[in-house]
Ligand binder design. Structure first.
Ligand code: ADP
Length: 158
């Protein structure tokens, strides 16, 4: 039984994240998407709101083995609490990879947990939550970057 955890800030959730979640659901027996509070980034959406938006997408896609949780603390502690064996991360460019590699080594040291990387699909290569926040600030069109319910929630905030 392989229990995987997909952690991130998901602020906001993008079609790139949703793609990794669907592909992860097909690979593992269970997948917990964990909304982690990222202290290095300025938050736009609050974690409970992010959880609701992700849960809506998971329901639309009928991914019954996927659940969403909010966690404030080390991700290895969350993994331990649910006896997860794998961390799932998506990678876009080599710039992601350098950071992700260091993080995977740290998580292995901290919690003995392996990280599995899924390469993004080319159409999501340039999708980044931070870029979406920037586009939103200037009221640019984000409809091809996020699910419709996420777009609706974001438009209410500008
Ligand atoms: P973090 O704040 O930990 O970087 P993010 O919310 O930015 O988390 O992303 C969570 C995970 O989703 C990370 O593994 C990130 O690489 C991955 N990810 C983000 N955007 C994409 C995308 N467009 N395609 C594939 N993976 C992505």
């Amino acid at each position: 039984m392989i229990r995987a955890v997909f952690p991130g800030s998901f602020d906001p959730p993008t079609l790139g994240h949703i793609n990794i979640i669907s592909r992860g659901a097909a690979l593992f027996d269970s997948l917990d998407v964990v909304v982690a509070v990222n202290t290095r980034k300025t938050p736009l959406l609050k974690p409970p709101q992010i959880r609701t938006l992700l849960e809506e997408q998971i329901e639309v896609l009928k991914l019954s083995s996927v659940k969403v949780a909010v966690h404030n603390g080390l991700i290895v502690d969350y993994c331990r609490s649910i006896r997860a064996n794998v961390l799932l991360r998506g990678v876009r460019a080599s710039s992601d990879f350098n950071y992700e590699l260091e993080l995977s080594i740290l998580n292995k040291q901290l919690g003995g947990i392996e990280t599995v990387f899924l390469p993004t699909e080319p159409r999501y290569l340039v999708l980044r939550s931070s870029t979406i926040k920037e586009i939103l600030k200037y009221r640019g069109n984000i409809s091809k970057m996020v699910p419709p319910s996420v777009e609706k929630a974001l438009l209410k905030m500008v």
